[in-house]
Design a protein around this ligand. Sequence first.
Ligand code: ARG
Length: 441
Amino acid sequence: MQGMSSFMAAHHTIGRFSFRAALLTAFCALLAAAPARAGDVVVVTAAQMVDVVDGRIVHDPQITITDGRISAIDTRGAPVPEGARRVDLADLTLLPGLIDMHVHLTHDPRLDSGYHAYEFTDNFWTVVGVANAKRTLEAGFTTVRNVGSENYDDVALKQAIEKGIITGPRIVPATYAIGATGGHCDVTELPPSLVAPAPAVADGPDAIRAVVRKLHKYGAEVIKFCGTGGVLSKGDTVGGQQYSLAEMKALVDEAHMLGLRVAVHAHGTAGIKDALRAGVDTIEHASLADDEAFALAREHGAYFSMDIYDDDYILAEGQKNGMFPESLAKERDVGRRQRETFRAATRAGVKMIFGTDGGVYPNGDNARQFATMVFWGMTPLQAIRAATVTAAEALGRSQDVGAIAVGRYGDLIAVAGNPLDDVGVLQKVRVVIKGGTVVKN
Ligand code: ARG
């Protein structure tokens, strides 16, 4: 709820409010109409729990999950409803399921770097997404925002997960990432005679609005666009702006009118600032943000999602994976600067969310970034909040995910040790529970 109100204050989005209010009314009507039934009750106990809201360790928690949502939080030994299933995690530490705000489940750098992507048929990547969805969930990430895929693959994955056909996290799909002709979100590595389909390449405010409407129509729940150049693309510069302020404004206004938040791929200083002025909700990468950008982010209530582990992976594996040499050169230039910006943004009080760009380094290894975030200036608690309570707020999903709290989904993970002392323990998640169902033990 807090997320929603800060979003509203920042954007004065009347359309979004009535859309949500309508949803809520519909949901309440559904609840009222549902026949009363005994309910599926699971009671989870553990030695301790990280309370990410209050920022402290709670001893001997007992969490009751009824029909997939948390219905009570007590201390071990409290009465247990009759017929409840028991999951005792002995000496482990509970946390809320983690959230990665920037993944590409259908990507794998060992398969799609440089020109290698063209060795495979189109639907190969959907299959890669199925495997990555499972790996990601088993790594403790019970919710992800997928900010760019082809063929509406992320919508397909989400539907298959919700129908129980495959296992994976809750997905907030962006479908295609929108971008300018020749920009980071276009296909720029082919000669003019080879035309790749580009259903989300658009230039000018009207064409961009039409693409936003189309992606919304086919299942996008967040809009992603490329505001500046990037590392992995050919023929552009990392810092160069690729949409004008007018184009960004049209995109953001259209998305907000439809009740969708907006994530922008933006490394470059000028592009980051124009995106913030246009009202985007999250800045992805944010590598070259300066003090003025930090101030704009604070003023607009926007979040930074900075993929600061990627530099290690790219420099170690990029060449072997067949990455374009120019991408490696761009990484060498921007990697460290991005980390310094991360430290400065954290100090400046910008709201930070956990986003790895999973797919740039292998999906399933998402939690590696926690230690990098701590090395570059966060406390373990700040890093964990970025992947839980703050991420949920940035999604506008604080009623569902991001904390162990009554009413939210029963999405829990368990680790050995205290992650507030050593955030590295998050790389070895022992138990994953999604909606009250143990999916990894
Ligand atoms: N998708 C991003 C891009 O191509 C990856 C950037 C990775 N490098 C980094 N230092 N974060 O621009």
